[in-house]
Ligand binder design. Structure first.
Ligand code: ADP
Ligand code: MG
Length: 484
């Protein structure tokens, strides 16, 4: 790793990687026309053809073919392990090295976001990015005995601009609104903190999976036919890792966000009156703000990025245009009726691909450990000094030593011989004291002088007072000296 200093200097501009995944068509679905071209290892193109009859109802132009570029496109038959290996493993590796990472899935409801991020429950091989990443991370941590690792997880659901903590034990089924509310706090350095979001310690894969299960259960309980939270809410599963070499005061911290966004379908489709409309408006609003942030980030020389407009963009601020290795998976449903939504998902993805993040390793010094280390160093130096001088030293000079020094200084100052020297030995404490003392004497001398000159008329009580004090002080010193 080249040592901590080498790491700290490391900083890289990383474009957000954008992948696409096409969901297998259902039996009764009619396939839209599309094709996938793999150009190179990290460049694939997706072409979607919109027949005229459909194009007429969709957008008012005659364009038939739409082309989009991705890092890689996973077509219908792609399995979960392949998706994990190319999409999530590189991000997990960065997180283990101390960088922040984010993977988010974006697409309309039913296009496979949850299947990709969390996985399907039917088969073990269907498990998605979260369980596979947990398994990979704990595997790696176990192999690395050079560091001490601590891992925590948190699971946040954002619904209608409200945050909810999904990692709470509940005895009975209840509504999302009954979960602890999470709020955003911004500190003076403009760092975002999530108040009330619990960080649960997970020491191994099993504990982490149990927490994921607890969160998913809370997610499902909150979901009723009347309140389809899953399509309208964003879920952010976060793995927090900190690492430290034994005995070192430097701590590395990194976060991996695995994000299942709300359905990206446009409001016109969902828009029905009453309650549903406010919800639809809200998802739309927060994804709309996500889009605004993406657009602002993709523009060069934009200084204001509107992160604060929604809770989700605030929480993901670091992941978008900040210090984070970020990856997006555009999930696409290619049946005829969903072609228009797929095109708008791809358009969004193309904008995201323009964003570059600045990534650095997150290191900080543990102050308590630093103090322990410094104390140890001081003791070692003291021991060394005692060995060299043959004397044990305390940090303070004794009263006796101070008086001796005062006497030496006085003799030195009064001595008219230009060659006279003030020799207190090789003791920094004594040398320092002498300097301070001489300065004090000089200042009081000066005061006397300046007062005499500038305030002749007053001639003056203050000076007399001070002179008296000084005389008293001198008398006192004399007495002390004579006692000695
Ligand atoms: P979203 O979260 O985007 O609304 P889901 O992940 O819930 O969509 O997917 C909708 C349905 O399609 C689910 O039943 C899911 O199991 C299935 N599905 C999605 N993607 C795949 C896939 N790649 N392979 C098999 N089934 C999938
Ligand atoms: Mg879902």
């Amino acid at each position: 790793a080249g040592g901590a200093a080498g790491w700290r200097a490391e900083m890289a501009k990383e474009a957000i990687r954008v992948y696409a995944r096409v969901k297998p068509l259902g039996r009764r679905q009619q396939a839209g026309i599309y094709s996938v071209d793999d150009y190179e290892k990290s460049l694939s193109a997706l072409e979607i053809i919109v027949p005229h009859d459909l194009a007429d109802g969709f957008v008012n132009n005659k364009q038939e073919s739409y082309k989009f570029k991705f890092q890689k496109i996973f077509d219908q038959e792609a399995k979960q392990d392949v998706v994990f290996d190319s999409v999530a493993k590189p991000v997990a590796e960065c997180v283990l090295a101390g960088y922040n990472g984010t993977i988010f899935a974006y697409g309309q409801t039913g296009s496979g976001k949850t299947f990709t991020i969390t996985g399907g429950a039917e088969r073990y091989s269907d498990r998605g990015i979260i369980p596979r990443t947990l398994s990979y991370i704990f595997d790696q941590l176990q192999k690395d005995s050079s560091k001490v690792y601590t891992t925590h997880v948190s699971y946040l659901e954002i619904y209608n601009e409200c945050g909810y903590d999904l990692l709470v034990q509940r005895d009975k089924a209840s509504r999302l609104e009954d979960l602890p509310k999470v709020t955003i706090m911004e500190d003076s350095d403009q760092n975002i903190h999530l108040k009330n979001l619990s960080l649960q310690r997970a020491t191994n894969e099993e504990e982490a999976l149990n927490l994921l299960f607890l969160g998913d259960t809370n997610r499902m309980i909150a979901e009723t036919p009347m309140n389809e939270a899953s399509t309208r809410s964003h879920c952010i599963f976060t793995v927090h890792i900190s690492s430290k070499e034994p005995g070192s005061a430097t701590i590395r911290r990194s976060k991996l966000h695995l994000v299942d966004l709300a359905g990206s379908e446009r409001v016109a489709k969902t828009g029905v009156g009453g309650h549903l409309l406010t919800e639809a408006k809200y998802i739309n609003v927060s994804l709309h703000y996500l889009e605004q942030v993406m657009i602002a980030l993709a523009e060069k020389n934009r200084s204001h990025i509107p992160y604060r407009n929604s809770m989700m963009t605030s929480v993901l601020r670091d992941s978008l245009g900040g210090n984070c290795m970020t990856t997006m998976i555009a999930t696409l449903s290619m049946d005829k009726r969903n072609i228009d939504e797929s095109i708008s998902t791809c358009r969004f993805a193309q904008r995201v691909a323009l964003i570059k993040n600045e990534v650095v390793i997150n290191e900080e010094i543990d102050p308590t450990l630093m103090i322990v280390q410094l104390k140890k160093e001081i003791q070692e130096l003291k021991d060394e000094l005692a060995l060299v001088t043959g004397k044990q030293r305390t940090s303070e000079l004794s009263q006796e030593e101070l008086l001796q020094l005062d006497e030496l200084i006085e003799t030195f100052l009064e001595d008219n011989d230009p060659d006279s020297a003030l020799d207190v030995g090789a003791d920094m404490r004594k040398i320092k004291y002498c300097f301070i003392r001489i300065k004090q004497l000089k200042i009081s001398d000066k005061k006397l002088l300046s007062q005499n000159i500038s305030e002749e008329k007053d001639a003056n009580k203050e000076a007399e007072e001070e002179l008296k004090n000084l005389k008293e002080l001198l008398q006192q010193r004399d007495n002390e000296i004579s006692i000695l």
